[in-house]
Design a protein around this ligand. Structure first.
Ligand code: NAP
Length: 321
């Protein structure tokens, strides 16, 4: 592998990802006196940074803006000596470092050596795959209410999806939009009860139940969506100025497909210690196969992954207690 290597001696642990899972892993690793580097993605954003309000992170009863929480994670990790770089990791290759097994990680022109790797690359927003979706991105189609909500003051928007993200963001959008129509393919919501209750009680939120978006249309900007009633088959147009799509996540794991075990959805399979199918590679946060994807679970996974990596590195160096 060619490229610019930062050092001939490998890091103890390289963490791929700069979200809550990665920064927590980095903080724990650095605090355990490991030489640790976190590589934050260049072309991806951590979902937490575009979340307007987080009210279920323990210890912050007043709630906190997601970007501010992420900055706090970063400050705390840096305090313990975590190094942070940015780049999009394209490959992890096995490599011997002297008499030790390890890895080389490629991110753009950079090459980083590591004895252990923690993958914390998170997940990205899934697309609907309908006509008009790609064409109108930035022209009425959005995947981020915090970023684009203020453009829709006194306008009418649609939110697609029935999970926690869709409902939380629909509620947030009512700060700006005069009407928010939630389009959901079922006749009940998947979102947690407290969010459902708030949305159903919000006078600015309407629901298009059992409906699928067939296309997103307009001239230069979005003007309407074509909806199909999944029970009757009837189609209709709904006039909107914006469409916010929150139909779940796709894990950012393509780069590791050949190297480690993934489940059918592309999520990394790990054991209870965050160990992947390859010894020395751990994973944590939204990119792993699990049931509950929250900031608090990402942090918990991150701490576990760092501790497992610590034990692995100490063993590799012959320093195990
Ligand atoms: P999610 O829970 O997977 O929900 C996705 C929603 O989109 C579902 O309602 C699903 O419909 C719908 N959907 C999926 N594909 C679709 C398609 N092709 N066309 C139309 N609709 C489609 O995803 P999420 O809401 O982004 O949440 C992801 C994770 O983050 C979850 O674990 C969630 O709990 C967590 N989260 C938590 C909070 C919070 O606690 N406040 C906030 C945000 C996210 P079906 O219901 O029919 O499957």
């Amino acid at each position: 592998m060619s490229g610019e290597s930062v050092s001939n001696s490998p890091y103890d642990v390289v963490i791929i990802g700069g979200g809550p899972a990665g920064l927590t892993a980095g903080m724990y690793a650095a605090r355990a006196s490991l030489r640790a580097l976190a590589i934050a993605g260049e072309s991806t954003v951590s979902q937490v940074t575009v979340t307007d309000h987080i009210e279920n992170y323990p210890g912050i009863p007043e709630g906190i803006n997601g970007f501010d929480l992420a900055e706090r994670f970063k400050t705390q990790a840096l305090q313990f000596g975590l190094e942070i770089a940015s780049g999009d990791v394209t490959t992890i290759e096995k490599k011997r470092w002297g008499d030790r097994d390890g890895f080389e990680i490629a991110a753009g022109p950079m090459r980083y050596g590591a004895l252990a790797v923690i993958i914390a690359t998170g997940a990205n927003w899934r697309r609907l795959g309908v006509r008009g979706e790609e064409r109108f991105i930035g022209k009425g189609v959005s995947f981020c209410a915090t970023c684009d909500g203020p453009f829709y003051r006194d306008r009418e928007v649609a939110v697609v999806g029935g999970g926690d993200t869709a409902i939380q963001e629909a509620i947030y959008l009512t700060r700006f939009a005069k009407k928010v129509t939630v389009i959901h393919r079922r006749d009940r919501l998947r979102a947690t009860a407290i969010l459902q209750k708030r949305a159903l009680a919000n006078e600015k939120i309407a629901f298009a139940w059992s409906s699928a978006v067939e296309s997103i249309d307009g001239l230069d900007l979005v003007q309407w969506v074509r909806l199909k009633d999944l029970k009757t088959g009837a189609t209709r147009e709904l006039a909107v100025d914006g469409v916010f799509i929150f139909v779940g996540l796709t894990p950012n794991t393509d780069a590791f497909r050949e190297l480690i075990g993934l489940d059918r959805g592309g999520y990394i399979t790990v054991d209870a210690h965050m160990q992947t199918s390859v010894p020395g590679i751990f994973a944590c946060g939204d990119c792993i196969a699990k049931r509950l994807r929250q900031v608090v679970t990402a942090c918990g996974d991150g701490a576990t992954a760092a501790f497992s990596a610590q034990l692995y590195v100490e063993e590799a160096k012959g320093e195990a207690y």
